[in-house]
Design a protein around this ligand. Structure first.
Ligand code: SF4
Length: 366
């Protein structure tokens, strides 16, 4: 016989009794509060109330807009003083207000098709713009192959197609081969600086990889100057050697360059170099530096300027791979289950789309 579910113990707040409480500190809706609320709301039953505490004044305006968009009700609101903090009680409605069809429209990669996995966070380089704050001294935070198998299998079962392995430097993970095998059946790409797989056991790992695996190599410029300035002395020539080796071994190579606006004049020379080397145009990606991690300037990114690209790490899940050093863009406290991670992203995207359609602003940091 199934035991009846115990009634949740109410949490007493100035705005009334609630089932769970989100303390948003000084976050506004655009800087992560909405993700926290969305995660908590998914664990509530229809009719149950979520408490929200916030010290950010804009939330007084934005939270009711968000609640209205998703069909919930703010039925309690108390300020501790004129300067805050503010307490809210939000009743969860029984149905989702926004249809799921909104998720596959527009130019974004349809949610659920692509998954990113950080294999580890340590790296042989310490690039000046590294969004993941990787370096030889960074904690490895290695993804466990057993966890990866479970995650990738679940992802494939619910319709996933593309898997991107990134880091840190993935070839520093001693079980990279197992991680790659765990993704069999998916279109797999490994992001690498191509500098350390030329010898020893890493060379063996490379040679044993299935040739359907694509290697995406970082190469920031046609010659060593910019690349070495951003990524370390001698790194350009070692990357070129690595690209040559991988191509000899029969791998498809995609080249990704990362540069600041002021260096964009080098793009033409880089294309000419890649033309000469036989790297096809569809295998080139030029992207701006994002102001995340070690990067002190660059393109500002936030939850409403980044299209979601769900990303798992050994210890959590994130909105986008470029934002894994940003606690405001953390989606989940574990890399599993994938369905829950995608669910949080879907709910958040639904609010973004609904806000855009109605011409209202819920996110203030764009
Ligand atoms: S940008 Fe890539 S290669 Fe450079 S430190 Fe970060 S993870 Fe390593």
């Amino acid at each position: 016989m199934t035991e009846p579910k115990a009634a949740p113990v109410p949490v007493r707040t100035p705005a009334g009794d609630v089932v769970a409480l989100v303390d948003g500190g000084e976050m506004d809706c655009g800087s992560g509060l909405l993700l926290l609320i969305t995660r908590a709301k998914r664990r509530l039953a229809p009719g149950e109330r979520l408490g929200v505490r916030s010290a950010e004044a804009s939330v007084v305006t934005d939270l009711p807009v968000w609640a209205d968009l998703v069909g919930h009700t703010v039925d309690g609101q108390v300020a501790e003083s004129a300067q805050g903090p503010w307490w809210f009680a939000v009743s969860k409605r029984g149905v989702t207000a926004v249809p799921e069809t909104v998720f596959s429209t527009g130019n974004r990669t349809p949610l659920g098709l692509r998954l990113w996995a950080y294999t580890n966070f340590d790296c042989n380089l310490a690039c000046t713009y590294c969004c993941a704050e990787s370096s030889p001294r960074a904690a490895a935070r290695r993804l466990d192959p057993a966890v990866a198998r479970e995650a990738f299998s679940e992802f494939a079962q619910i319709g996933g197609r593309e898997l991107f392995y990134t880091g840190g430097e993935p070839f520093m993970h001693p079980q990279l081969a197992e991680l790659v095998r765990a993704g069999e059946g998916l279109e797999r790409t490994i992001l690498t600086n191509a500098m350390i797989f030329g010898r020893g056991t890493r060379r063996q790992t490379l040679e044993d990889l299935d040739r359907s695996v694509v290697l995406q190599v970082s190469l920031d410029s046609a010659t060593a100057d910019l690349h070495d300035r951003q990524r370390g002395q001698g790194s350009w020539s070692r990357a070129m050697t690595g690209i040559g080796l991988a191509r000899e071994l029969g791998f498809r190579i995609r080249v990704a360059a990362t540069m600041y606006d002021e260096d964009a004049a080098g793009v033409a020379a880089l294309h000419a170099r890649l033309d000469a080397d036989g790297i096809l145009p569809e295998d080139r990606l030029i992207r701006p530096v994002a102001q995340e991690g070690f990067a002190e300037h660059g393109v500002h990114v936030s939850i409403d300027t980044l299209e979601p690209e769900p990303t798992i790490t050994a210890d959590g899940a994130w909105w986008h791979p470029v934002a894994v050093a940003d606690p405001n863009l953390r989606i989940h406290d574990a890399p599993l289950p994938i369905a829950e991670i995608l669910g949080v992203v879907r709910d958040t995207v639904a609010v973004q789309d609904a806000a855009a359609r109605s011409g209202r602003t819920v996110f203030r940091c764009a």
